[in-house]
Design a protein around this ligand. Structure first.
Ligand code: ADP
Ligand code: ASP
Ligand code: MG
Length: 401
């Protein structure tokens, strides 16, 4: 008995049969005496399709109108799921993000949840209704609908669980939990019974799309007990929590991110303030920089390379062209055909030779490393995009077998 938040992703509600399947999972939980709030994503590829539709009409449409369009996807799935639950004979109500009290920042397309005004949720729960909430959306201070960024429904679910102190937040998806690598790409990926918030946050940030990274960040902050499990097979999934019982594995996972780009600034003057100027120009446009590499100064010049998310690479290139010209540098080179492959594991803090082992795996697969970055619990390498899947398999085989 308790309050349980259950989130179902796009594949889990893709068609009528899947919607009925979700309705049965939800009502089974309710029947056991729990209060249930359900968060759903848009069906199947709906969000992608809506974005395509917008592009056909106006490729540079405003982000406000894009959000107005994208929020429609989740409106379809909440109503359909509520109808399915009605059919099974249970009290239910569907709510859009704003009706459920989601107040967000004003940035369209990547809004942040500021707070949830829980009165409506609370009153529907008090009437013993199952509540079905549209994920991925909220309302900003202009009373406009916003979206939270791709994959944002996970964050909607965790936010409700945090705001209402739910006993558990279950993220139902199309795989059985969190694996040591994407189980659709790596045949012998292993399902993890549990993983720490910190490792999961790194994996999610480094490209394991099974959980949105902001949802993990929020779960850690508010200590939400998170479980990732399958909507198609009824068995225990992966628990994400502060501490795990056994840290027997050196590496908890391998992740890849192909949506990265590398920018090189060539022939910059080798003097103080150059890096500061370059990166502050990017920061002022909210462009996040990831791996940074600077060459040794020679003959009064140096090169700086860094990576950014692929979708802001063109803007970053333009800003850097202006900057390099202003300091009399040689030029800017942009490469979109790169990928970042990373290993994550709390065990590497106390074990030597982890990086060497990863590089050995890449050498064995004849893959050239173009950049490297490390932190306490992760090592990332930048490689050519065409090598990404091969790299993940080779590294996975080296550490996990
Ligand atoms: P949903 O629509 O339910 O939100 P997503 O497509 O966002 O589902 O996330 C689930 C997908 O994440 C899986 O189908 C799987 O291919 C992918 N994935 C990537 N890395 C991992 C991993 N380490 N463990 C599990 N799934 C992963
Ligand atoms: N429907 C949104 C997307 O496709 C949100 C989500 O699935 O979490 O990104
Ligand atoms: Mg998702």
């Amino acid at each position: 008995m308790g309050l349980i938040v259950q989130k179902f992703g796009g594949t889990s509600v893709a068609d009528a049969e899947r919607v009925m399947n979700v309705a049965r999972i939800v009502t089974d939980t309710y029947k056991q005496g729990n209060k249930v709030i359900v968060v759903v994503s848009a069906q199947g590829d709906t969000t992608d399709d809506l974005i395509e539709k917008a592009k056909e009409i106006n490729p540079s449409a405003s982000k406000r109108e894009l959000d107005m369009l994208m929020t429609a996807g989740e409106q379809i799935s909440i109503s359909l799921l509520a109808m399915a639950i009605q059919k099974l004979g249970y009290p239910v109500i569907s709510l859009l993000g704003w009706q459920a009290g989601f107040v967000t920042s004003s940035v369209y397309g990547s809004a942040r949840i500021r707070r949830i005004e829980t009165d409506r949720l609370q009153s529907e729960l008090d009437q013993n209704k199952i509540i079905v909430v549209a994920g991925f959306q909220g309302l900003n201070k202009y009373d406009d609908m916003t979206t939270l960024g791709r994959g944002g429904s996970d964050t909607s679910a965790v936010a409700i669980a945090a705001a209402l102190h739910a006993d558990r937040c279950q993220i139902f998806t199309d795989v059985e939990g969190v694996y040591t690598a994407d189980p659709r790409k790596v045949e012998n990926a292993v399902k993890l019974n549990e993983i720490t918030y910190d490792e999961m946050l790194e994996l999610a940030t480094l490209g394991a799309q099974v959980l949105n990274n902001r949802s993990v960040e929020m779960a850690k902050k508010y200590n939400v007990k998170l479980e990732v499990l399958s909507s198609l097979v009824r068995k225990p999934g992966t628990i994400v929590k502060e501490k795990v019982k056994m840290e027997k594995m050196l590496i908890s996972g391998v992740a890849k991110d192909t949506h990265v780009a590398r920018i090189s600034l060539l022939g910059l003057p080798d003097e103080p303030g150059v890096a500061f100027q370059a990166f502050s120009r990017l920061a002022s446009k909210n462009i996040n920089v990831d791996i940074i590499l600077q060459s040794i100064g020679r003959d009064g010049t140096k090169d700086i390379s860094f990576t950014v998310a692929e979708d802001c690479s063109a803007e970053a290139e333009e800003i850097m062209n202006e900057f390099v010209a202003s300091v009399g540098g040689k030029g800017v080179a942009l490469d979109n055909d790169v990928a970042k492959v990373s290993i994550v594991g709390a065990g590497m803090e106390t074990h030597a030779g982890v990086a060497a082992k990863m590089f050995e795996a890449l050498y064995g697969a004849h893959i050239n490393i173009r950049m490297i970055s490390t932190s306490e619990i992760k090592i990332s390498v930048l490689i050519n995009e065409e090598d990404a899947d091969k790299a993940v398999s080779a590294i996975h085989a080296m550490f996990i077998g």
